[in-house]
Each structure stands twice: as C-alpha cells, then as structure tokens.
Design a protein around this ligand. Structure first.
Ligand SMILES: [Fe+2]
Length: 396
C-alpha cells in the first residue's frame, strides 16, 4: 500500500483492499476521542454491489454506526444536494464519506458546502466562497474516471435549468482519497470504457492547457502514461486487477492535473453532444479529442507538447517530428475508442451536419474552451464537428 499528498492537501491512500483502513482513517480525520457521526453518500448501484455494506461493517468495527444516503443520481442537481443536506442534518453529521462514482463524490462535496456554510449550492458557484470551516470528507471512488477524489470542485446542475455549476473551495477537497481498485470491478464494461476514455482525455487536455504549470503537467504525464497503457488491458480483461489499479491511480492523477491545469476544447465540444444526443460524457470527449489534437497541433509549440507527452509514455522518440507525433497521438486515441467498441462519429448517435452551427455556438460558450492552447471560436468548432461527423460511423 502506498500514499502521497496532493497540493490541495488530499492524502491519497493506494492499494488493493485499502478500504479496510476506512475505520482507522475515519477516526484519524475526526481527531477526537468520540466516534464521528458519519454519513455515507452513495447510489443504489453501489449498495447493490455490496460496497456500502462492506464500508458500514468496517466502520462498525471501530464503533462508528454510520447512516447512509443512497439516493445519489447521475449528474446531481441542486435538489439532490438539498436532499443529502436534509439527511446529513437529521444525523447531526460530523464526517462525510463519498462512496461511488463522480456523482456520489460531487453530491457529498455539494452537501458539505450547504450543511456547513448555509444558503444554497448556487451561492458557492466559483471558487473560495465558503467562509466557515467544512466537515472532513473521505472520498472512495468506485470508477476510474472523473478524478473528483483529487479535486476541490463539486459539479452540480441547477435543478431547473440543468446548467452545470462548478463550486470549489480548498476546504471542500477530500481530506483523504482511498484508491482501492478492487471496488472498480463492479463497473459494467461500458462504464469502464467511457470513464477510462474520460480520464485519458483529462490527461491530454491538462497536459497542454494554458492554465497549466509544472505540477499539473507532472500529474498529466503520470496520468497519461498509466492510462494509455492500462485501458486496453482493462477493456480486454475486466478482471485484470493490475491494469485496474493503474487506471484508478491514473484517473486520480488526471483529476489532480485538471484541478491545477483545467481542460480544453474537447470538453467544450463534448458537452453539446451530451446535451442534444445523450452521448455519454467519456465517449463524447474521446470522439472529439483526436480532432482537437490535430487542430491544436497547427501551433508548433502545442505539437511539441503533444510529442513530449506521447514520448513520456514511450510511444514515440523524444526527438520525433512534433507534428507527426501529435497526429500519431490522435490516431492512438481513435484506436482506443474503436477498441472500446464505440462509434467514432457523433452521426452514429443521431447528429447531422445540419446541427453543426448550433453545436458550435454552444461549444464556443463553454468555459473550458478558454484554457485550450490554441484559440477556438464558433468557426473552429464548426470545423471540428464536421471532421468528427465525416469520420466513419462504424466502430469496426
Ligand atoms: Fe471529463
């Protein structure tokens, strides 16, 4: 078992069956003699997989009788946060545990803002708007994708408009993240594929974003090196726990990379595809990423950054031609989407050339586009969508 600490102060505990340390760690973050009043925030699928029972048994073993809020939904809204706050208040909660995918972790974080600082989650849209101390949070991800366990932001949608709000504060970052890859075996194959593609996209976008610095690039390189190698192994053999451990650690590093370095145009272009055609987030970002890489590689310095990233994973020589290396990286991402058995073109899920202008206008308005290393406007997004739609729709 290994451990390391992130800039936001999150201590990351890594190892198979690391969840067995949950009881000891819960007492440690609480820091008092009495057992912390604890709420486990999760979803029904995680309950069905047996992970919640296991966590509660471990906690009971150290005298913690935890309550469970198991009503987390995908893409949590302000209403979901309010329901979680009600449960946390009713239990007089002193410690939060987020157990599940990114939605469970974000709901626990969102609940922490409102529970400790009052008002509603909308009040914390932005960064650093929580004046009062927040409760300790332990994050236990069961998917290898969002990297929310290494971030101080909760992504919560307004319940009425469904616009996503990024609510961040250094105090909202989990005190401890437990990366136990054995918990990811319960993911369906499609979830493994889409969350894994999302993690790789986080690594590639954060590696070249305008916001990035040395620390974010270090996390991005480590994330990319781990995930580009491990994702095909996990897709081929879902029981390969070594590969799952690499994916889990890689996704966490990618989370740290985007916490520090932000994202880019692939995420901006993906969100309208998800909104209009219900294309899963990880699939949508991976569909757009190869086109974004080829577009960004038009800038020599960005092409060199892609070459360096690809070289750091041992896929091209460090002195390879930057433009060719960047295009090889784009091809490698397309190959991964194919290996996942997913279509490369949004046309396979109903998008048409007629929609390009609308999609491009929406993509240009996304905040992530601001950190793309080459300027992107609506015209550039139109070209990116046209290129994606022209890609053969058949995954085989
Ligand atoms: Fe993402």
């Amino acid at each position: 078992m290994t451990a390391f600490e992130l800039p936001a102060g999150t201590r990351v505990i890594v190892g198979l069956d690391a969840i067995d340390r949950l009881g000891e760690l819960a007492h440690e973050v609480h820091g008092r003699d009495a057992a912390p009043r604890t709420l486990v925030v999760t979803d029904p699928g995680i309950v069905a997989a047996g992970h919640v029972d296991r966590a509660c048994r471990i906690l009971a073993g150290v005298g913690i009788d935890a309550a469970v809020f198991d009503a987390v939904r995908e893409n949590p809204t302000s209403d979901d946060v309010d329901a979680c706050v009600d449960a946390a208040r009713a239990h007089r909660t002193e410690l939060l545990i987020g157990l599940g995918g990114g939605s469970s972790l974000d709901t626990a974080k969102g609940c922490n803002f409102v529970l400790t600082n009052g008002g509603r989650i909308h009040d914390y849209k932005g960064h650093g708007l929580a004046a009062e101390p927040m409760l300790p949070l332990i994050a236990i991800p069961t998917t290898s994708g969002t990297g929310s366990e290494c971030q101080s932001y909760a992504l919560i949608a307004d319940a009425t408009t469904h616009m996503k709000m990024a609510c961040g504060d250094p105090k909202a970052a989990p005190r401890i993240a437990i990366l136990d890859a054995s918990l990811t075996r319960s993911q369906p194959h499609a979830v493994t594929a889409c969350t894994g593609l999302d993690a790789i996209t986080h690594a590639v976008e954060a590696a070249v974003s305008t916001r990035g610095g040395d620390a974010s690039r270090r996390h991005a390189r480590e994330a990319f090196r781990l995930t580009i190698d491990a994702l095909p192994r996990v897709l081929a053999h879902g029981d390969d726990l070594d590969a799952r451990a690499d994916m889990h650690l890689g996704a966490a590093h990618a989370g740290a990379a985007i916490e520090l370095g932000m994202l880019g145009a692939a995420h901006s272009a993906a969100n309208p595809l998800t909104a209009h055609y219900a294309i899963t987030h990880g699939h949508a970002v991976a569909m757009m990423l190869p086109h974004v890489i080829r577009y960004n590689a038009g800038d020599d310095a960005v092409a060199a950054a892609y070459r360096d990233l690809f070289a750091s994973a041992g896929r091209v020589a460090p002195d390879a031609d930057a433009g060719l290396a960047a295009f090889a990286l784009a091809d490698a991402i397309e190959a991964l989407v194919r290996e996942a058995g997913l279509p490369l073109s949004p046309a396979a899920q109903g998008a048409t050339m007629d929609a390009v202008q609308t999609l491009a206008a929406e993509a240009a308005a996304q905040w992530t586009a601001r950190f793309n290393p080459r300027a992107v406007d609506a015209t550039a997004f139109e070209s990116l969508y046209r290129a994606a739609l022209a890609t053969e729709a058949d995954p085989t």
